[in-house]
Design a protein. Sequence first.
Length: 505
Amino acid sequence: MAATSQTTAPTNIFFQAAKEAVLTALLVGMLSILMVGYQTEVLQGQTMSYVTRFDDVIWAMVLVPAGRFLLVLGRSGLLWPPFVLGGLAMIYLFTAAILGLAGSPLYQSLPLPYDQPMVNAIFGVGAIFVFAAAIKAHRTKVKGGHTLEVREAAEARQANIAKNLSRILGPILIVIALIVPWTPWGDRAVVDSLVLVMTYVMLGWGLNIVVGLAGLLDLGYVAFYAVGAYTYGKLSIDLGLTFWESLPIAGAMAALFGVALGFPVLRLRGDYLAIVTLGFGEIIRIVLINWQEFTGGPNGIGNITRIDFFGLPFERNPAPGIETFHTFFGLDFNTTHRVIFLYYVIIALALITNFVTIRLRKLPIGRAWEALREDETACRALGINPTNTKLTAFAIGAMFAGFAGSFFAARQGFVSPESFTFIESAVILSIVVLGGMGSQVGVALAALLLIGLPEVLRDLSLYRMLVFGGVMVLIMLWRPKGLLAYREPTLLLFGRRGKKKEAQA
C-alpha cells in the first residue's frame, strides 16, 4: 500500500500540473492571438493591411504553460524539475540575449524562440522566477511548511530586509541621479526621460503621504497636479510671473483644493472614499474642458513661460538686449543645457518633498497619520482629531502635486486637460502600491520601473506593453506588498522595540 501511495502521489501532481498548463495555454492563446498574431501596417498607397505572427503566438503558448507546469510541480513538493530546468533555461536565455545585444554572429545560429534579444531576456526573467520559486519552496519545506508562525516570521524578516535595503539604496540612488548627466551614456534622450521619471517620483512621494502614511485611498490625485499646472500657466501668461514666483502660489492653490476635497470625505472610508476622490478628479477635468474663457477648454493654455537660469533664458535667438545662458557663460548654444537644468530642478523639488515627508513622519502630525492608517476608531479614542489629521494629509499631499504640476507646465510650455486623465492617477497610485506603501525608496524604484521601463522597451514596439505587463505580474506575484514594503510605526510602545529585536535574534 505504501508503494502504491508513493507512486500515485506524483501521478496526481503531474496531472494537476498538466491541467493548469493546458488552461494557461488556452488563456495565453486567447490573449495573444489578436494582440500579437496580427499586426496592422500601412502600405505605400495608404492602404491598411496586416501581417500575421502566429509563430510568436505558438511560442508563447508553449513557453508560458511550461513555466506554469514547473511552478505547480515546485509548489507541490517536486523541486528538482523546476530547479534544474528553470536554471538551465535562465542561463541559456540570458546568455543568448547578451550575445544578441552585443551583436555577436553566434546569436543567429542559436535555436531561440524569438529574433529580438530583449524578448528572449524577458522569458529568461520568467525562468528566474521558476528557479527562485523552487528555492523558496525548498526553504519553506525545511522550515516547517506554511504555518502561521512561519509566515509571520518570514514577513518580519522580509520587512527588516526591506528596511535595511532602503537605508543603503537611498544614498546610492541619490548619488547616481546626480552624476547621470555627466556619464558617457547620459545623453539628451536619457536625461529627458529621467526628468519624466523624477516628476513621477515626486508625485509618488506626495501621494505616499495620503495613501501610504494616512491610509486614505485617493484615486483623484491628478486633480491637484492639474491645479498646479494651470495655476502656473495663468500666472505666467496673465500676470507675467516667473516659475519661481509662481511655485509657492501653485502649491498653496493645490493645497486649498486638497482641503476642499477633504471636507466632503471626512466620514468616508475604503471604497467609498476612493469613489468620491475619483469623482473629484473627473470634476476637475470636466471643468478644465468646459470653462473655455479661463482654461482655454480642450485647446489648453500655450506659450507658457519656461524656466530660466536666474533670469538667463535658454534660447538661441532672444529679444534684443536680453542675455542668454550660453552667451553669459561663453558656450555654444545647445538644447541639452536646458534639459540638464530641468533635470536638476526636478531632483531638487523631489528631494525637498522627500525631506519634508520624512521630517513630518517623525513629528506628532506624522504619527497621527500612522495612527489613522492603523485604526481610525482607536485613533479617535486616543484623543487624536481625525478631521484635522485627514485634512492635513490631503493638503500637504496636494501641495506637492501642485509643485510637480507647476514644473510640468514650465517644462512643456503647454497644458491641456488631456494630460490629467484618470489613467495618470492610476499610474501614480500604482507607483505607491508597487513600491510599498510608506516606503520612500520603494516609491522611487517603482517610478523608475513603471515610467522608465516602457521607455527602455520602446524598440520592442509590438511586444512593449505585453512585456511591461508581464514584468508587473511577476513582481506582484513575487512581492505582493511592494518592492520595499515595511509598515513599522515610527513610535512604538515602551519596551516593544527591544522585545521585537530579541524575537528576531
